[in-house]
Design a protein around this ligand. Structure first.
Ligand code: SAH
Length: 446
């Protein structure tokens, strides 16, 4: 087997990131844009000691689940991986991934997740999109790289994005504004971020310096192309880094935050704060978490990794007390403000790392009955899980995860600490992409 060799292979499995897996002489070969059961002609583009990577040349025997991708950027852009299969097949892939991780990594052999909850929208469902700006133009990055795929649109991004990109492009061209070059560190505009909520659209222009020549023209351009524009922020990121946002924000026009409603609660969202990207599906996600929490009114609930306070405030009417912990200071400020907006008087927020702050909370004599955990992809710090298990009153854990493998790892740790998994519901928050959210209930007898 050598690089550039061409083979015909049968696809027998899928990787977690949505690529097909076949075998050549016993070695696993990963191929994007194929479906289990298909036979494909591929060219080998990478060979390592343990696996190879193939590029699809042609599907010889297509799956009945194969569909024509609706997005013109699909085969080039690294954002989505599954638009070549029917939504039904995509959902099956996601549920299998959750089940497989819980079984293989978690070690729970006879534990079946429920059916996956499909997303109400499979296109234009994102309320936040971030477009890199490079010397090549504005668009998206190709998979696992910083090579720009120039595109005026993204099928999973909100309706306004097209108009915003067009307006920014026009402004840059007409005013001679430079794009940032990652290699040399020169140039001004790094990213265009668009966020939409009930109160309107907030556009953030990320720049490498504290200057924005022609900002009046930018405001005019965006106002006329984006009818529900509610604000423009300049975010300054002077560092040579992959992280999109820097720490300084300036409001160029209008409001510096958005307001959105989820079910019966209202949230203020600052540019730096995390907020779920698929709003319609978020309400379902939180409702499942609420159902698992099954609050009776006397409970103290820990909302760990609480962001702007969403989950706890969604559930606050059923609890005696909510204690939120979050490490992004702006998000904590939003959470406190949101508690006031929602007239939630029983919530208290701490800013810091959950794994550290938890000790202070326990020292204060707080005795929570239930914890909601909603960590980022890397999952929870083991110190946090250990600390939770030492709280004698903490009977229930509702774990919301955006990464099945770290969820399964943490479920195993929690199981060793006495918690038994009761239910798991996969929720599709990210159609077209290989990502899947899961809500898990674990409890222990006291
Ligand atoms: N529950 C919220 C946010 C979930 S995203 C919602 O549904 O909207 C995860 C959040 O965890 C982010 O806001 C991130 O800033 C925060 N975070 C990441 N690591 C953390 C840590 N070690 N301790 C506390 N918060 C953390």
């Amino acid at each position: 087997m050598r690089k550039n060799d061409i083979f015909e292979i049968e696809i027998t499995g899928m990787t977690d990131d949505g690529r097909g897996v076949g075998r050549i002489n016993g070695m696993a070969v990963f191929v994007p844009y194929v479906i289990v059961g298909e036979t494909a002609r591929i060219v080998l583009i990478k060979i390592t000691k343990t696996y190879a990577v193939g590029k699809l040349i042609e599907v010889i025997k297509p799956s009945t689940y194969r569909v024509r991708p609706e997005c013109s950027a699909f085969y080039k852009c690294g954002g989505c991986a599954l638009m070549h299969m029917s939504y039904e097949k995509e959902l099956e892939f996601k549920r299998n991934k959750v089940k497989d991780c819980i079984e293989r990594i978690g070690g729970f052999k006879n534990f079946e997740p429920s059916d996956i909850v499909p997303s109400p929208k499979t296109e234009r469902y994102r309320n936040k999109s971030q477009f890199p700006v490079t010397l090549e133009g504005i668009g998206m990055f190709a998979a696992h790289s910083h090579r720009l795929v120039e595109s005026d649109d993204c099928l999973i991004a909100g309706e306004n994005c097209r108009a915003v990109i067009k307006a920014v492009k026009y402004w840059m061209k007409s005013r001679g504004i430079s794009a940032y070059d990652e290699q040399s560190g020169r140039g001004l505009v790094r990213h265009v971020c668009v966020r939409q909520a009930d109160s309107g659209t907030l556009v953030t222009i990320v720049t490498s310096k504290d200057e924005l020549p022609g900002s009046d023209a930018l405001v005019d351009e965006l106002k006329s192309s984006c009818p529900d524009l509610s604000g423009i922020i300049q975010n300054i990121n002077t560092k040579k880094t992959n992280v999109i946002l820097g720490s300084e924000n300036k409001t160029i026009y209008g409001s510096s935050y958005l307001i959105d409603n989820i079910g019966h609660v209202k949230f203020r969202i600052s540019p730096m704060s995390f907020y779920q990207v698929n709003r319609a599906q978020t309400e379902r996600l939180y409702s499942i978490a609420e159902e698992f929490a099954d609050l009776k009114g006397h409970e103290t609930l820990l909302d760990l990794y609480c962001g702007i306070g969403t989950i706890g405030q969604f559930m606050a009417r059923g609890a005696k007390k909510i204690i939120g912990v979050e490490y992004t200071p702006q998000a904590v400020m939003d959470a406190r403000e949101n508690a006031q907006i929602n007239n939630v008087k029983n919530a208290e927020y701490y800013c810091g790392k959950a794994e550290l702050v938890i000790r202070d909370i326990i020292k204060k004599g707080v005795r929570p009955d239930i914890a909601v955990l909603d960590p980022p992809r890397k999952g929870c710090d083991i110190k946090l899980l250990n600390a939770l298990s030492e709280i004698p009153t903490l009977k229930k854990i509702v774990y919301i995860s955006c990464k099945p493998s770290t969820l399964a790892r943490d479920m195993k740790i929690l199981n060793n600490l006495g918690y038994i998994p009761k239910k798991a519901v996969p929720v599709d928050m990210f159609p077209g992409t290989p990502h899947v959210e899961t809500v898990v209930l674990m409890s222990r007898n006291m």
